[in-house]
Ligand binder design. Sequence first.
Ligand SMILES: NC(=O)C1=CN([C@@H]2O[C@H](COP(=O)(O)OP(=O)(O)OC[C@H]3O[C@@H](n4cnc5c(N)ncnc54)[C@H](OP(=O)(O)O)[C@@H]3O)[C@@H](O)[C@H]2O)C=CC1
Ligand SMILES: O=C1O[C@H](COP(=O)(O)O)[C@@H](O)[C@H](O)[C@H]1O
Length: 500
Amino acid sequence: MDAIAGRTLRPETIPERTPVPAFDLVIFGAGGDLALRKLFPALAQRSREGVLPDESRILCIVRKQEDVDGLPKQIAKRLKEEGLSPDHIHAFQQRLTIVLLDAVKPETYKALKKALGDDGRVRSFYLSTPPDLFIPICENLAAADILTPTSRVILEKPLGRDLASAREINDAVARILPEDRTYRIDHYLGKETVQNLLVLRFANTLFERSWTGRDIDHVQITVAETVGLESRAGYYDKAGQMRDMVQNHLMQLLTLFAIEPPNLLEAGAVRDEKIKVLKALRPIVGPDVERYTVRGQYGTGQIDGQRVRGYADELGHLSNTETFVALRCELDNWRWAGVPIYLRTGKRMAQRYSEIVVTFKPVPHSIFGGGSCDKLYANRLLIRLQPNDGVQLQLMMKVPGSGRLKIVPRQLDLRYSTAFDERTPDAYERLLTDVIRGDQTLFMHRDEVEQAWRWVDPIIAGWQDYSPHPHRYAAGSWGPSQAIGLIEREGRSWADPDFE
Ligand SMILES: NC(=O)C1=CN([C@@H]2O[C@H](COP(=O)(O)OP(=O)(O)OC[C@H]3O[C@@H](n4cnc5c(N)ncnc54)[C@H](OP(=O)(O)O)[C@@H]3O)[C@@H](O)[C@H]2O)C=CC1
Ligand SMILES: O=C1O[C@H](COP(=O)(O)O)[C@@H](O)[C@H](O)[C@H]1O
């Protein structure tokens, strides 16, 4: 908890726009894709809204001399693209200090130590770099005596590439900073609708009572993207969609969907419940890998009328890395026993959208004779993360009129854009200020990350034997036909993205 203007506030009662305490934020990888696309725009928005005190500084680590002058210009260009005014861009640039440093060369940390000075502010170190730099950066920060008793470190996902490497990173970080000052970021947890999932469940009695295998038939989580490899070949071809998206974003969505009520919206309580869900995930090992998982890779195709190249073409050589994963999992606990949970995520799919679809069980018996409707559709709750975030509930309704009874499915539709006047902040806006305020609720504990790898590792290992070559799918499609088979053989089908 932080003291603001003499008051001690619980994290959940801190108003969004209350200024954070003055800080120094050091960004390693400041010229990288994530920093330019997400971190600087998020910080600049908060700066424009007056959330960042004037004296707060952002120290940008670059390792090439040309970036010392080049980076501020690149940042200004990005902020202009985001629609910030020249005055706001200028004001934001006053916060920037560019530091020339090579993360793996201990002797270069002198420059950072000097730039930080001795002002006593909370220091946060954002490691927006490939994960193999996490350990050297932490060790070099400690050796250079730059860490203070309130310093924090922010680690990007994926944390390592398997359980062993994740543990190594966690151990190395633990040697220099305690867990309560280590922030493992998964930006899906900062998305508004993801946080709303907890509100929907635990601020309403309506759904929570039905949130079990007694009433729910199955659950689908889809994170579909239209982007392909972009400029990330070096990272992505080694990672693949399982490590890039499933191990973190999809598993975090799954845990928040399935957790038991925490006693308080507070980091420790929420994390304890999430870990229990991850531990309840039934392992998928051996021949089950072939039965319950599908991996794919996009070939050439069309998206929005534009021809796009296949993955191997973009990469410049053949590869067995998957760009699509679908899988069926189950939770072995009282609440969820027997409820299939289908996950699917892919690059270069037909449309960009992410949603959770909860399909309830059908009515046990229809009292409506033949002719009033083709079928009584089961109720469905659709939680849309992006785009057009909101919540939709599908119900069967009578068509008005005094003639023959006619029943059709219709939607109760709540869109954030029309339900609220507030701007929907980007996930990083929320998460970056949470770090500065010292609130870990939306960050992952090391046990969560390691437990997620423990479940994912045997699937990746099983692919060597059971799916060494990913199935092809055309860019602009919904993935390989085997993914459709995965759900259809159980008499169900993937929900259409019909929440436009
Ligand atoms: N891009 C995205 O959408 C997302 C990325 N992430 C994660 O964020 C992290 C960064 O990703 P991304 O921005 O895409 O990666 P990039 O490859 O675009 O950026 C990596 C940055 O690290 C810098 N760097 C590499 N080696 C050193 C070094 N020895 N010393 C100092 N700086 C160094 C690079 O500098 P230089 O320019 O000199 O090479 C570059 O600025 C990764 O962990 C990734 O998994 C997470 C979510 C989304
Ligand atoms: O972490 C990542 O997320 C992005 C997708 O994020 P979104 O907020 O645009 O849904 C993904 O493209 C990238 O590969 C991955 O590293």
